[in-house]
Design a protein around this ligand. Structure first.
Ligand code: GTR
Length: 427
C-alpha cells in the first residue's frame, strides 16, 4: 500500500510537470528584449521619405496592404447587396425613461443566413446634430451587458468555461436567463447615457464563433475558406463593425461625425483593425488590446506572436504564422496600425496588472504613431515616457494606464466619454 501511494504521488506530481515541459514561457524582463529597430512609418518600402500629406496617402496604402497580407488578412467581403435591417424591437423606454432601447437584426443575405443582432441604447433627448455613438463589440451576448429583460437573450453559440457553468450563465454553449447582466461591470450603460452618448453593441460570435472550425461557420458560410492572405476571425469581426456603421448612417439621431468603435482585448485588436480600414469611425478605442493589437510585437513581452498564433490559429491570416519566432522580419509593427487611423482620434488604454498585454508596448505604439499625426497637423501622445497610473495623456492620440487587471472599468469609460465629445466637428 505504501508503495502504491508512493507511485501514485510520483505520477500525480510528475504528470503536470511533463505536460508543462513544452509550456510557453513569457518574458517580462525588459533586459531580456533583444535589440530591435522599429520600421519607420514615414519611409516608403523603396527607402524614400514621406514628406507631405500626399506622400502619406500613398504610404498609407502601402502599409494597409502589408497589414492585409501579413497580419489580419484581406477583408474579402464588402457591404452585401442583400444586406437588410429588420427592427426586431421598436424603441421602448429604458433606464427610467431617460433612454430608449431598440433591437435591429442586420441580415447579410435575403434568406435565413448569417445575421447579427444589434442592441441600440440612446438618450431620450437627442441633441441637435445627433448623439455621439459608441459601436462596441461584446464578448457574451447583448443580454450580458445589462440585466433588463427588454434585451433579447442571444441564441448564438457562446463560449463556456467552468466559471460560467458554476454561475449557470451558459449551458451547452447557449446563454441562460441567469446570464442577463452578468458582464454588467464592463458596461456602465447609465454612465454612457448620462454622459451624452449612445451605445450600439453586438455580440462578436454572431459573425464568427470564437473557436477554430477551419472557417466553416458564421460569415465564412458566405465567403468560404480564406487563403493565406485573407481574413481570419479578427477581420470578420472588424467587418461586422463596419456593417453596424452602415446601419447608423441611416439613423438621423446619430451624430455622424462622432461615431467611435470600441473593443476590449481581442475585440480591442478588432476595433483597431476596423478603425484602420473604415474612416467613418472618427475615434478608435483599444482597451487592453495587447499582442496583435496595440502592443509592439518586436518587444516580445508577455504574449508573443508565436503564442497567439498557436492558441488562436483562427484570429489572424495564415501568413502571420511566418513570423512566429521572427518578429524582426515583420514588414510592419503595431505602431503602424495606429498610423492607419491618422488623422482621426485613437485611444490606447492599458492596465498596470495586465502584463500579458505589455502595457509599455501599448504605450510605445501610441507614441511611435506620433510622427504621422504631426505630419498631418495633429498631436501625438505629447510625452516621451509612459505616464503614471490615472494620468491620461495626448490629444488626437490618447493613452492612459489605470490600476488593476485586464478588464474594462468605469475609469476607462469616463476617459472614452471625454474623448468622444472631443472629436472635432467637421467644418
Ligand atoms: C487571451 C489572449 C489575449 C487577449 C485575451 C482576450 O487569452 O491571449 O491576446 O485577446 O485572450 O481577448 O480576452
Amino acid at each position: 500500500m505504501k508503495n502504491f501511494c508512493r507511485v501514485f504521488l510520483f505520477v500525480a506530481l510528475a504528470f503536470p510537470l511533463l505536460l508543462n515541459a513544452e509550456e510557453y514561457v513569457a518574458i517580462y524582463d525588459e533586459a531580456k528584449i533583444p535589440a530591435y529597430e522599429l520600421p519607420d512609418p514615414l519611409v516608403f518600402e523603396n527607402g524614400e521619405r514621406v514628406v507631405s500629406a500626399a506622400d502619406w496617402a500613398k504610404r498609407r496604402a502601402e502599409l494597409m496592404e502589408l497589414f492585409e497580407t501579413h497580419v489580419y488578412g484581406k477583408t474579402v467581403l464588402g457591404r452585401p447587396d442583400e444586406m437588410r435591417f429588420e427592427t426586431t424591437k421598436e424603441p421602448v423606454p429604458f433606464l427610467d425613461g431617460k433612454a430608449t432601447l431598440s433591437e435591429i437584426r442586420i441580415h447579410f443575405t435575403d434568406g435565413e443566413g448569417p445575421f447579427l443582432d444589434l442592441l441600440l441604447i440612446k438618450p431620450k433627448e437627442i441633441p441637435e446634430g445627433g448623439v455621439p455613438t459608441f459601436v462596441a463589440l461584446n464578448f457574451r451576448g447583448n443580454h450580458s451587458i445589462h440585466p433588463s429583460t427588454e434585451i433579447s437573450l442571444s441564441k448564438s453559440w457562446v463560449t463556456e468555461n467552468s466559471k460560467d457553468r458554476k454561475l449557470g450563465v451558459v449551458l451547452e454553449n447557449r446563454a441562460t436567463e441567469k446570464a442577463r447582466g452578468f458582464r454588467g461591470s464592463r458596461w456602465p450603460v447609465e454612465k454612457i447615457i448620462d454622459g451624452g452618448a449612445a451605445l450600439a453593441t453586438f455580440y462578436y460570435g454572431d459573425i464568427d464563433p470564437d473557436f477554430h472550425d477551419e472557417f466553416q461557420n458564421g460569415i465564412h458560410q458566405l465567403t468560404g475558406v480564406p487563403s493565406a492572405d485573407e481574413w481570419g476571425s479578427i477581420g470578420t469581426w472588424a467587418w461586422a463593425a463596419s456593417r453596424v456603421r452602415d446601419f447608423l448612417e441611416e439613423d438621423a439621431d446619430i451624430d455622424q461625425n462622432r461615431v467611435a468603435v470600441f473593443g476590449h482585448s481581442r475585440l480591442g485588436k478588432t476595433a483597431l483593425w476596423a478603425g484602420a480600414q473604415d474612416e467613418r469611425f472618427s475615434l478608435v478605442i483599444s482597451n487592453n488590446s495587447g499582442c496583435g493589437g496595440a502592443a509592439l510585437s518586436r518587444r516580445r513581452i508577455g504574449e508573443r506572436v508565436s503564442r497567439i498564433n498557436t492558441s488562436f490559429p483562427h484570429w489572424f491570416c495564415r501568413n502571420f504564422r511566418e513570423y512566429n519566432e521572427e518578429e524582426a522580419e515583420l514588414p510592419v509593427d503595431q505602431h503602424m496600425l495606429i498610423t492607419l487611423i491618422a488623422p482621426r482620434m485613437v485611444y490606447v488604454a492599458s492596465a498596470v496588472g495586465d502584463t500579458w498585454a505589455d502595457p509599455k508596448g501599448e504605450f510605445l505604439s501610441a507614441k511611435h504613431a506620433g510622427p504621422v499625426y504631426e505630419l498631418l497637423g495633429k498631436s501625438g501622445v505629447g510625452v516621451e515616457s509612459q505616464p503614471d497610473v490615472h494620468e491620461p495623456v495626448g490629444g488626437t492620440v490618447r493613452y492612459h494606464v489605470r490600476a488593476g487587471e485586464h478588464d474594462v472599468t468605469d475609469y476607462d469609460w469616463e476617459q472614452y466619454l471625454k474623448a468622444i465629445h472631443d472629436i472635432p466637428v467637421k467644418k
